[in-house]
Design a protein around this ligand. Structure first.
Ligand SMILES: C[S@@+](CC[C@H](N)C(=O)[O-])C[C@H]1O[C@@H](n2cnc3c(N)ncnc32)[C@H](O)[C@@H]1O
Length: 365
């Protein structure tokens, strides 16, 4: 079993992204999840998971319980160690510096040498308290695992207090700041934040050997992130200016023989001018589609009413790929179903007073 430390504001969405690199992901407390298995090279490319650790055990979020857990846990490691503790969102009030020292002392008592600078093994000690919701739109209805299965009355929220200890196994690469939309060679308002772009690319199946399409690619934000985790990427946009700009950005971030920071070869890329409602692609040409539907007021909509554009793009996406992820300022779930998709999950987050962001995860029916 592995412990996942989630990031971002929406644990349900973070857990959904994590399942692109881990098996049987289940949330156990705010900011924390467990998984039956992880692919370390995929964890490196996740946006909303910071770390995966081999779970040593879990108990209540108080230092005495954590010490008792570590004193009795079976430890199959040799070499130097360091303990790093986190109080998720400051929720448990645990003094993390003290917890690190106390847990470190237990490891010393058990025969380990501490090396804070360059340890062979890092023990993560995570403390979290709070309401555990199964939230995340439709995913709520799908929540499974013993946590919810043990609640026959369907109570979907309960208060939990968790300390989970685990040996650090993989960390995600936090270099998103270097790809802020305004720092890219080509920038336009409405460009997607690289963290969200990476997450939706991962959910759509971006990985070495897969091909991901963004039929309304704009500045190429999603394609850059998909390419950096090793997917081959294809983009179209109705505006020549965007096609030229996306090419500039993709060339800048993906045209290098070096491994990307996540440790895989960068994917190949192609961008062409095209209409998302009439894609120049064969049936089943790609593995996943991602698009960020125009918000009506901010993006130029070429020749279509917004409703027709999104419906047409959803139909074409369903023809060329078995899976899609759609980001938008409204749900579009009805249009997605009408276009042949099944809604696997939907996430909704209020960004500010006049903007709620929807993320739909679609599987071909
Ligand atoms: C919200 S933007 C995408 C932003 C992009 N995700 C990014 O990070 O830059 C929507 C894009 O859809 C494009 N677009 C509008 N109508 C289109 C159509 N019929 N076919 C293809 N692209 C279209 C616009 O030119 C715009 O670049």
């Amino acid at each position: 079993m592995y412990l996942l430390e989630l990031g971002g504001e929406d644990d349900a969405f973070a857990a959904r992204e994590a399942s692109s690199g881990a098996a049987d992901v289940r949330r156990i407390a705010p900011g924390l999840a467990v998984a039956k298995a992880v692919a370390p090279e995929r964890i490196r490319g996740l946006a909303y998971t910071h770390r995966a650790s081999k779970l040593l055990g879990r108990t209540d979020a108080d230092p005495a319980s954590a010490r008792a857990l570590l004193e009795t846990a079976s430890i199959d490691r040799e070499g130097t160690v360091a303990v790093r503790a986190t109080d998720v969102h400051g929720s448990s009030g645990v003094d993390t510096g003290r917890a690190e020292r106390e847990l470190g002392q237990i490891l010393v008592d058990r025969g380990f040498e501490v090396d804070l600078d360059d340890p062979d093994h890092v023990l993560r000690a995570t403390f979290s308290e709070g309401a555990l919701e199964s939230g995340g739109g439709l995913e709520a209805g799908k929540a499974t695992g013993d946590l919810f299965a043990s609640e026959p009355d369907d109570t979907l929220e309960k208060t939990v207090s968790v300390c989970a200890l685990g040996w650090l196994a993989a960390e995600s690469v936090r270099d998103f700041g270097s790809r802020a939309p305004t720092d890219k060679p080509f920038f336009q308002p409405g460009s997607m934040d690289p963290l969200l772009a990476r997450a939706v690319a991962n959910v759509a199946g971006a990985r070495p050997g897969a091909t991901v399409l963004d039929p309304m690619c704009g500045t190429g934000g999603v394609l850059v992130e998909a390419g950096l985790v090793g997917a081959d990427v294809v983009g179209t946009d109705a505006q020549a200016k965007m096609v030229a700009g996306a090419r500039e950005n993709l060339g800048h971030f993906l045209d290098s023989d070096e491994l990307s920071s996540v440790g895989v070869e960068r994917g190949e890329w192609h961008v062409a001018r095209g209409d998302a409602t009439r894609l120049p692609l064969a049936d089943d040409a790609v593995d996943g589609v991602v698009f960020d539907a125009p918000y009506g007021r901010q993006s130029k909509i070429e020749t279509h009413r917004l409703e027709d554009l999104v419906s047409g793009a959803l139909s074409e996406a369903c023809r060329v790929a078995p899976r899609a992820v759609v980001v938008a300022d409204r749900s579009w779930a009805g249009e997605a179903r009408a276009a042949g998709w099944e809604l696997e999950a939907a996430f909704e987050r209020r960004v500010h007073r006049s903007l709620t962001r929807y993320v739909l995860i679609l599987e071909r029916r």
